[in-house]
Design a protein around this ligand. Structure first.
Ligand code: SF4
Length: 485
């Protein structure tokens, strides 16, 4: 098993962990504390989101606009990228292009090394997680300090993010207190697990970093082609500190983050805040364009990162994943994510968006079982502000996965057996009726099965209730006969 940050080459992308979703998930399913932490946090966000979405009368039209704008960008990405580069350069930013993680990490490492600094502060960025940037910098003797509270918790705990918006969602406040006492050198020894005390301890710890750091690294939520501006939306103000105090600012931007014009931000900022954290507006929206003499960082670098994205563009269906604005609404509503948490997915992008982005970015070979990590309830698609057809896309990747991976003889024989029955409804009904009757009889005493041959995948993680009554077909036919349908 590879550790987080281990680098396994996959063409021009990077694989950072072992994609053993079934094994990871069955371990996580047995962690009751993890499930409690995740359910508590996601249910709060879900409720807040639902209330705020309901108060926007044109929410569906906003979703339509957002996805149409992103589709337009993806169709003309080359033109918008060049427009962005020209506009940002004209305002004093240095624009760099990185084909893959190695190039991006080398560019950032060289830029930091040129300043002579050995420490950088960071604004939370999923792209830098994807690139394994912190480890790459550490390999060059440069320490990167995360300044988002949840990212700080994850970093001090030598852990991994398990959610794209709330990276420490799997930890409760008692666990966070322990992490602070063990990993934060200046944490007060009398620190309790009171949220205010924890926030205060991190604020004091980070404030020193903000004032000392000469170099900051950020991602970007959006990049405006028309003006060359970048935008970061956040809730704690740490981003604002990182983006304004240091002398050098290096921003890594996935090439799909472009929007054509400044006006388009109006659409995305409404969609993002409500979908991500259940707020009408992010408390801090920091927007900057190149260098402003005498104000803020005087050396501004923007690294435009591909890392597999142009490959995704070639796939008509798969390219829709690039509309994603990383709001995490699909994670917060996914019953699978809610049960197994983010670490089970094995890479930086968990939940439904991970199940479509991971195979798109690093290939179905490496993504393995991820497109199957779904109940196909469709909730993810219904809440996605960018109207990404997540279940359909998972089916798309499932087909690819089946063609390439999951075709051992036993599975083929099993499917052929099932197909024989599926083509013969009378035989199918007879077989299911006989099976139901037999299971009902066998499980009569306990009402459930702890283990069952051929159903090990189910009973490995939960009991199988013994069937009661008749099959669905028989009940349906009976309801029709008695005029109940
Ligand atoms: S797929 Fe949709 S819901 Fe999920 S993170 Fe991306 S934009 Fe948000």
């Amino acid at each position: 098993m590879h550790g987080w940050g281990d680098r396994v080459s996959s063409g021009d992308t990077l694989w950072v962990d072992d994609p053993q979703f079934p094994a990871n998930a069955s371990r996580a399913v047995n962690d009751a504390q993890l499930r409690r932490n995740i359910r508590k946090a996601t249910s709060t966000i879900r409720e807040r989101r639902a209330g705020l979405v309901a108060e926007v009368p044109d929410w569906q039209e906003l979703r339509d606009s957002g996805s149409a704008i992103k589709d337009e960008v993806l169709r003309n990405l080359d033109r918008y990228l060049e427009q962005f580069e020209a506009a940002a350069s004209a305002r004093g930013a240095h624009v760099h292009w990185a084909r893959d993680a190695d190039e991006a990490n080398a560019i950032v490492g060289d830029l930091v090394a040129a300043t002579g600094e050995r420490e950088v502060i960071k604004v939370k960025s999923m792209l830098t997680q994807e690139l394994g940037l912190n480890d790459a910098l550490a390999g060059r003797g440069i320490n990167a300090y995360e300044t988002d509270l949840a990212e700080l918790i994850v970093q001090l705990g030598q852990d991994r993010p398990s959610h794209i918006v709330v990276p420490a969602i799997h930890k409760n406040r008692a666990q966070i207190r322990e992490i602070f006492l063990a990993g934060m050198g200046d944490a007060p020894p009398e620190l309790s697990d009171d949220p205010q005390q924890l926030a205060e301890a991190s604020r004091r710890h980070l404030r020193r970093k903000f004032f000392e750091a000469k170099v900051a690294i950020s991602g970007a939520n959006f990049a405006v082609a028309q003006t060359g501006s970048l935008l970061i939306a956040e809730s704690e103000g740490n981003g604002r500190m990182c983006l304004t105090l240091p002398q050098t600012l290096i921003s890594l931007v996935g090439i799909e983050k472009l929007v054509p014009s400044f006006r388009d931000l109006e659409v995305f900022l409404q969609l993002l805040a409500r979908s991500a954290t259940g707020e009408r507006m992010n408390p801090y929206n920091s927007l900057w364009t190149g260098v402003t003499p005498g104000d803020g960082p005087q050396s501004v670098h923007i690294v435009l990162v591909d890392n597999g994205r142009t490959n995704v563009l070639r796939d008509e269906l798969g390219r829709q994943a690039l509309r994603c604005i990383r709001c995490a609404a699909c994670l917060n509503h996914c019953p699978v994510y809610g049960t197994v948490g983010g670490h089970s997915y094995g890479w930086v992008y968990p939940g439904p968006m991970g199940s479509v982005l991971t195979p798109a970015l690093i290939g179905v070979d490496q993504a393995g079982h991820l497109p199957n990590a779904s109940t196909f309830c469709g909730k993810c698609e219904s809440v996605c502000p960018m109207k990404i057809p997540l279940p359909n896309m998972m089916r798309h990747w499932r087909e690819r996965e089946f063609e390439r991976h999951l075709s051992p003889a036993a599975m083929r024989r099993g499917l052929a057996f099932w197909a024989w029955f599926a083509r013969r409804p009378a035989a199918y009904r007879l077989a299911t009726r006989a099976t139901m009757a037999a299971l009902g009889l066998l499980g009569r005493k306990k009402g459930k099965f702890r283990r069952l041959p051929l159903a090990g995948g189910w009973t490995g993680g939960r009991d199988l209730p013994a069937p009661e009554g008749d099959t669905f077909f028989a009940r349906y036919a009976s309801a029709q006969r008695h005029g109940r349908l």
